[in-house]
Write a new protein. Sequence first.
Length: 130
Amino acid sequence: MAGISVLQEKPENSSTAYTEMKQGASKRVEPLTYSLGIRTSKELYDDDRYGLVGKKGPTLLARSAAFTKEMIAWNVFNQGFTSAVTTFDGNPLFYNTHALSAEHRLRRSLLEQRVLSQRRVHILTVPRWT
């Protein structure tokens, strides 16, 4: 869902204003599998005097797994200007013309025309509960 508009002030004895929920861009998440294994030669295993092959292998695999998780999570930002990683609308994160709802387009055009200031937009989007 793309979201709905902000709450509207309702005077006493007036009816409630209703809005429609809009269909947003479709999101499809496909799980990926990552793996890595370590192989050693029999000679390396036999010549290992201090037992490092058996101790270091699992530690190195754990570090590799942690690094891979972190790298994939931050790729959205690291590759935010390229089309290698895209957002829900098929564009990179830092693309300057994402698909917006009608309300977001209206707010943006009013800001560009200097009809609204950033402070007024903030007031419009954050309801005050007084």
